[in-house]
Design a protein around this ligand. Structure first.
Ligand SMILES: [Zn+2]
Length: 323
């Protein structure tokens, strides 16, 4: 089946034509995410779909959003999209405009679905994940997102919060998280948290290459890698604490759910690569039954997981409705 998979991010929107039988994607239309509110974001999505599929080959459309997405097709809010602070029934709205089924999901959850499905049966040569029906995907970028696949399906939970590993407490009463609580994983392993900590360390007289290179801008993954390679002591400390926090949370979650595979993706992880994965595996903080109990691997799809996963989700939905 041919579907269209759309990945709506805080900075760009990427749209691909997906063959749901093979998991292969072709064509690519993309644009910067409009900063003028959700209506313009939806208009941009429709324009990209028309541009990508002028012959109208696709049978359905799947869209991943960076926020709280309900199973009935309503996108409740997206923290990284300017002005998206009220629920919008995206499935109904875009379905009527495009004349086909439109399915929506959380971006990390659909990314996890792509990693699971591509690893399990499709294109296995380039995959890092093998058999098994349960998988946890952890995406480390500005924040830390999580996606949970149980029994081969996305588990969203009653409130859409399942898999939100970024807000697991790793240090009681610890650093401030973006959500307002203290001591969450995201405060230690997310780029925004590391940036806050590097700046406050600099304020206390502990200079670092990180603060020198980012100056007034926000921390980039490449700056993190460069400072790490240059043996910057603050960066080494922050990344070591990030690896410890990830090891603690991942080990604990896999112990609760008996999830055998954990895939690590996102900008920070993909930039730091296998060395960072190995650092997590060798951390003394590893929770649950230890690193031997979990297969930890790098995501195989760095840029495409969101769009391909959204396309696969749309295909699954259509297939289930026809059965
Ligand atoms: Zn939090």
């Amino acid at each position: 089946m041919k579907t269209i998979g759309v990945d709506v991010g805080g900075t760009k929107i990427l749209c691909r034509l997906v063959d749901t039988d093979t998991g292969k994607a072709r064509g690519r239309s993309k644009c910067s995410t409009p900063k003028t509110g959700p209506e313009d974001v939806l208009k941009a999505v429709v324009d990209l779909i028309h541009e990508l599929d002028p012959a109208n080959e696709a049978e359905a459309v799947g869209i991943g959003f960076p926020g709280y997405v309900r199973a009935d097709g309503v996108v409740v809010h997206c923290t990284n999209i300017v002005g998206w602070d009220r629920p919008l029934d995206v499935s109904a709205r875009l379905g009527a405009i495009l004349g086909k089924t439109v399915v929506v999901g959380n971006d990390v959850s659909v990314g996890a679905l792509a990693e699971y499905r591509l690893g399990k049966s499709m294109d296995s040569a380039s995959s890092t994940v093998d058999a098994g029906d349960d998988l946890l995907a952890v995406f480390v970028g500005t924040g830390v997102g999580g996606g949970l696949i149980l029994g081969g399906k996305i588990r969203s939970g009653g409130r859409g919060l399942a898999g939100e590993i970024g807000h697991v407490t790793v240090v009681p009463g610890g650093e401030l998280c973006g959500c307002g609580e203290l001591g969450h994983l995201e405060a230690y392993a997310g780029k925004a948290g590391m940036e806050r900590r590097a700046r406050s360390m600099a304020g206390r007289g502990q200079a670092s290459q990180l603060v020198d290179t980012m100056q007034e801008g926000s921390l980039k993954s490449r700056q993190l890698l460069a400072a790490f390679k240059a043996d910057d002591p603050v960066t080494i400390q922050l990344l070591s604490e990030a690896a410890d926090a990830l090891a603690l949370a991942i080990g604990n979650v896999s112990a609760v759910l008996d999830v055998p595979h954990v895939v690590l993706g996102g900008g920070v992880t993909s930039r730091l690569g296998q060395e960072f994965v190995d650092q997590i595996k060798s951390s003394d903080w590893f929770g649950g039954f230890g690193p031997e109990s979990v297969e930890l691997s790098l995501a195989s799809r760095i840029d495409d997981a969101g769009s391909i996963g959204a396309g696969i989700l749309a295909g699954d939905h259509l297939r289930a409705r026809r059965e």
